[in-house]
Design a protein around this ligand. Structure first.
Ligand code: TXA
Ligand code: MG
Length: 332
């Protein structure tokens, strides 16, 4: 059932359902999340069941902003190191997840049993209205992975979520997500920042604010982080995705000529085809706009019956790292 996120009664209803241990999908600026009371291991286990996600893959805990934030943060995590505090101050609310040392005895299910926990304060008015309503009812944070089944494309509208989980799930509608790809994840639990997942906040922005160089996973010996967003094959639509440069795309279309069918193409380079049955879409030149469109477009190509999705390889620049990462995993 889809609830209107602008309606305060709907927010209250969703918060009460969460307090009762139910699952509720909610909008964020990045993608929709599948939420449960993060302080309740019982409620949180429902997420793993619904998603078909292995229970040792940790979830992100979403926190309210402003006054409530410090209270919720200290419930789940030990005090952040100064560089992590600086990142939270600069980018929260926003599309940044920090991995911190977990407060023992809380959020074990959300953390997938690890002694660290992922935390994020989303920049979406409906998410914040829900998180504040939850806090008033004694729910300090919402464990929430992307609201899709394991390994599939993240949802960026309420309708996508309903398509994944059906009509029984309570879904708070906050409109289409404006960022469109998942948050940047920085592990802050190992003495220096480590980038676990690129997003729209770039490496350079993180290093400037943290006052520290981002270390590679290999540089800081670590236990297995079990980040499903970092599995090689992920974010996959049903159709087969391939990345090619503009010239290769054009020659492939020339070879197929009028026969090209069940193929969807997303490219910045203008392309020509003699086929009437080709699905041809223009990739924006702006990385942020491309991120916003990406997941909805992959779903749309599936719906339009594409068997193959050919995408022009994005530029090798910093702004495109998040989109490049998702496309490489979709193609893996
Ligand atoms: O933008 C986002 O981050 C969205 C919205 C809903 O907030 N959430 C999201 O959640 O993408 P999910 O579960 O699909 O991806 C969370 C990622 C996973 O790759 C998970 O393994 C990693 O965060 N993660 C969470 N806690 C972790 C921890 N303690 N250590 C290492 N990785 C962690
Ligand atoms: Mg996900």
């Amino acid at each position: 059932m889809i609830l209107d996120g602008q309606d305060s009664h709907a927010i209250e209803r969703a918060a009460l359902a969460l307090r009762a241990g139910e699952l509720v999908a909610f909008p964020t600026e990045t993608v929709y999340g599948l939420g449960a009371d993060a302080a309740s291991d019982e409620a949180t286990r429902g997420i793993f069941r619904a998603k078909g996600r292995p229970s040792d893959h940790p979830l992100i805990v979403h926190l309210p902003d402003r006054l409530r934030q410090a209270e919720s943060l200290s419930r789940f995590a030990q005090p952040l190191p100064p560089f992590a505090r600086a990142l939270a101050d600069a980018f929260w609310p926003g599309p940044l997840t920090l991995i911190a040392t977990r407060q023992p005895g809380v959020g074990a299910a959300a953390a997938g049993g690890q002694d660290t926990i992922g935390l994020r304060c989303p920049d979406h008015p409906v998410a914040q209205a829900l998180l504040h309503a939850c806090a008033r009812h004694g729910v300090p944070g919402l464990a929430g992975p992307s609201a899709n089944r394991f390994g599939r494309v993240s949802p960026t509208t309420a309708a996508h979520v309903a398509g994944e989980f059906g009509d029984d799930l309570l879904i708070v509608d906050g409109g289409p997500c404006t960022v469109g790809i998942e948050s940047t994840i920085v592990d802050c639990s190992r003495g220096a920042p480590v980038l676990l997942r690129p997003g729209v906040i770039t490496r350079a922005q993180i290093e400037r604010v943290a006052g520290e160089r981002l270390r590679s996973q290999a540089e800081l010996a670590q236990p297995d982080p079990r980040a499903s967003g970092t599995l090689e094959s992920h974010y996959a639509p049903t159709a087969k995705v391939r990345l090619m440069d503009g010239r290769m795309l054009q020659s492939a279309l020339d070879v197929l000529g009028a026969q090209a069918a069940h193929i969807a193409v997303w490219s910045r380079t203008p392309l020509k085809s003699r086929s009437q049955r080709l699905i041809l879409r223009r990739m924006p030149d702006d990385a942020a706009e491309a991120a916003r469109q990406l997941f909805a477009l992959l779903r749309q190509f599936d719906d339009e019956g594409a068997k193959l999705i050919w995408i022009e390889t994005p530029p090798e620049t910093a702004e495109w790292e998040g989109v490049r990462d998702r496309l490489m995993r979709a193609a893996a």
